[in-house]
Design a protein around this ligand. Sequence first.
Ligand SMILES: [Zn+2]
Length: 295
Amino acid sequence: MTDHLVRAIAKEAGVRALACVTTDVARDAARRHEAEPVAAAALGYGLTAAALLGGLLKVQQRVALKVQGDGPLGKLVAESDAYGRIRGYVATPTVTWPAPIDGAAVGAALGQRGLLTVVKDVGMKDLTEGMVALGAGRLDQDLMVYLTRSEQVLSYVDLDVKLDGQGRLLAAGGLLLQALPDYDPARLTALVQATDDLPPLADMLVAGQEPAAMLSSLFGALPYAVLDVTDLTFHCTCSRERSLRALQLLDRSDLELLIAEGEGVVDCHFCHERYVFSVADLHALLAELDTEKRA
Ligand SMILES: [Zn+2]
């Protein structure tokens, strides 16, 4: 099953539902960052959260979720756009952690004190930012607090990642339920209670149950409609050209230092792509700098 997000709406119940599978995106991120199991799981949780938040965006908007806790993993950043293109990193992917690595372990490795920040680029250079203190012990619960308190939409979030005995990612996925405006919140509460009767999300994914089937199990006899299905991919916006532009911001002494070292390397912290610029490239940048000064 390839990664995707299903958006559905149950109008009578007054609930919006998003369900996704993010196994490949999480594996891709873990491989790129050479992440130890707890970091791979943290990436799985973060990228899944970003996928769900991305599913709430309008076209051309972007969202970034940042977890800055006091745990050994350091900062976790995950971003998505409205087209399911996701990227992310964790500051210290080399952290090791005793098994079992579950949501609580990831929460502890991220830290119990700190902030969860969500920044949305809503277009026209407008950014909106909201934050809540960490403290629930699990990223999905902190995200739930954020959505309910900061965005004031009654929400239920379930993020789930499953690793095998060797610490490899078996499955990652998530579920987001939100009360639609002007609807009875008790309907959402009833649905959230219904999730207790379902197996853990990652177990359902491992068993081959797709997000659409999860929603069907969840809604049961309640009428609902699937609005759309979006493919999810790990995708970074970095490029050789953008990296070159970053080098253009350096001053003469920094460029000369790189020339002396024999190359300039820009390492993207989101995807670990390395862009290497030769001494000739760096001399060209120096020449540009001199032309600019004379102009
Ligand atoms: Zn990149």
